[in-house]
Design a protein around this ligand. Structure first.
Ligand SMILES: [Ca+2]
Length: 575
């Protein structure tokens, strides 16, 4: 805990902030009134008072009251002040100061440390619109939590950004290597921190130009046991940094590696990743949606790899990719918001979310299109509902700029799940995902369909089959999907969730005339008989091109136009 608290003060909190500290067990004590963080000396004054050991008891109200007192004594208003409340204990008297907390106007961020932290702790953050976190007693979870808290306020150029955040279990006498890309938007105030559990490892850190830093370059804090830190002088070189760590002990031990930095200059907009979850608390079997937004300024960053890492109280970890594909849980394609369902519950209690956004091999693109406009589907006028045109999609062909390879870690806070039955595969209660991007068009006398594959469980895995139905009347599909004509899909084997599916078939020729419109919808099926919701309804209109005129010179243009409308396709989104 001290390692993370110190790291927070040195590396993460914005310079110029006022910081104080209160410690509490059964009693609370103001360790420092608010002090402006200017340089190393100021944070050392505070870290010197970090508690070395705690007595029993947890008086959360006592801690909060002393916190408010420290703020008032420093001639600051509690209203708008931010309090980080970190505890591993329980306090059944906590609700006694809820009213005082509300009156204070302070924002309380809670960090529940370990599985015994009070179950009601998050009431304080919910009540004051603070963030909520859950961390094991290992340092990485705390560092992740602290860096999220700093990113709420202050200047973007002063925000600490996490480039690396790993916990590594290294066997005795073994080396482990890793790489971290440092992109050209960051590099100021860069720290590389290693912690260990048994014995200090050997460290080699190499910048992209080959300059090496070794164990002796790292500073070991006298106060702080089992961690070393290197502040990279000047601006960290852009490019790939590599590190090697050797566990010098004969037994395996846990090492953590953290790299934080800030924007390269006050005028550079850095690439930023943020993460959040659809609900703070959920009752089984409600699925959660994980979101990560990756942007530079207001512009979305596309074409990167975004991974969610979710951990429960026992340390059971689930990692999965998030997608910006406009299918499943992701509402809009290519808006820089990457989303996915989470259904892999392992027991009740707190779960923590962390996201890793990384661009490797120059695949990242910066969309030049902002996607901030609020879409209003319609309005009422004289008692009638007038619909606006459909919501504009983010176009595929907008100008895009390539950006450097980068890496960002971001905490998405914690959430609580209740009523999960013990054991068993819980994901089976969820059906295959609803297809929302079915597209249809005529090609000659055939209809071509395309959509994004859902999975057997929402957007995960692989469905067993598809059921495609067609009608000339949209209402048939909307109101009576199961009665509409079935297309033979015997040759169609569903692909893995997230893949693009293509399927082509020939409608009955007798029914096709010029201008005929067909409506099509699809369901995904998991054996024996679990079906997804019916998809959006796609529409394909058959335009038979007019006879080509016999004027050879102009003919090319005219036939080009008729070809362009031949196979006109419209997606009708009916949800
Ligand atoms: Ca999206």
């Amino acid at each position: 805990m001290n390692q993370a608290a110190e790291l927070y003060l040195i590396q993460i909190i914005e310079k110029g902030s006022l910081v104080g500290m209160v410690t509490f067990d059964s009693f609370a004590k103001i360790q420092n009134n608010l002090t402006k963080i200017i340089d190393e000396n100021t944070y050392q004054k505070i870290t010197a008072n970090l508690p070395q050991e705690a007595n029993g008891g947890t008086s959360i109200c006592g801690g909060l009251k002393a916190g408010f007192q420290a703020i008032s004594q420093s001639n600051q208003s509690t209203s708008g002040s931010e309090v980080i409340l970190l505890t591993d204990g329980e306090d059944n008297q906590m609700s006694l100061c809820f009213e005082e907390v509300k009156q204070s106007g302070a924002i309380i961020h809670t960090i529940a440390l370990g599985p015994s932290a009070d179950k009601e702790l998050e009431t304080l953050s919910n009540m004051t619109r603070g963030h909520r976190f859950y961390a094991h007693k290992d340092i990485n979870g705390l560092i992740d939590a602290f860096s999220r808290i700093s990113s709420r306020s202050g200047n973007i150029s002063q925000q600490a950004l996490q480039l690396e955040s790993k916990t590594l279990n290294i066997p005795g006498k073994k080396w482990i290597n890793g790489t971290v890309p440092v992109d050209s938007t960051v590099g100021n105030d860069t720290f590389f921190v290693v912690t260990w559990t048994i014995q200090k490892p050997e460290i080699i850190l190499q910048d992209p130009k080959g300059k090496k830093y070794t164990t002796s370059d790292f500073q070991e804090d006298k106060l702080n046991i089992r961690s070393v830190r290197l502040r990279i002088p000047g601006i960290a070189e852009t490019g790939t940094w590599t590190y090697s760590l050797r566990n010098n002990h004969t037994k395996s031990q846990l090492l953590t590696v953290t790299m934080t930095t800030r924007a390269r200059s006050p005028t550079t907009l850095p690439v930023i990743a943020t993460a959040h979850i659809s609900q703070n608390t959920a009752h089984y079997p409600s699925p959660m949606i994980v979101y990560a937004r990756v942007s530079q300024g207001f512009l979305p960053v596309l074409g990167i790899n975004v991974t969610a890492i979710i951990e429960n109280e026992d340390g059971h970890q689930v990692t999965f990719e998030l997608w910006d594909n406009g299918a499943g849980a992701d509402t809009v394609k290519n808006d820089g918001i990457y989303s996915r369902y989470f259904t892999d519950y392992h027991g009740n209690g707190r779960y923590s979310l962390k996201v890793h956004a990384q661009a490797r091999k120059n695949t990242a693109r910066l969309s030049q299109q902002q996607n901030k406009a609020l879409y209003i589907p319609g309005y009422a006028e004289n008692g009638k509902i007038i619909l606006n045109p459909p919501k504009p999609e983010v176009k595929e062909d907008v100008a895009e700029a390539q950006i450097d390879d980068f890496s960002r870690f971001a905490s998405g806070g914690s959430f609580t799940i209740s009523v999960v039955p013990p054991n068993g595969n819980h994901s089976q209660v969820f059906p295959p995902g609803k297809i929302v991007d079915l597209d249809a068009k005529f090609q000659g006398d055939r209809i071509q369909l395309s959509w994004t594959a859902p999975g057997e469980v929402l957007d995960k895995g692989r469905a067993d089959s598809y059921m495609i139905r067609i009608s000339k009347h949209v209402l048939d599909l909307q109101e009576n999907f199961d009665k509409a004509a079935l297309i033979n899909t015997s040759g169609l084997i569903p692909k893995e969730a997230g893949s693009v599916e293509n399927f082509e078939f020939k409608p009955e020729p007798s029914k096709i005339e010029n201008g005929t419109t067909f409506y099509i919808a699809i369901q995904a099926i998991r054996e024996p008989n679990v079906t997804s919701e019916v998809s959006n309804i796609a529409q394909a209109t058959n335009f038979i091109p007019p006879q080509e005129p016999s004027i050879p010179d102009l003919g090319t243009n005219i036939s080009a136009i008729s070809l362009a409308i031949f196979g006109l396709a419209v997606i009708v989104s009916i949800f």
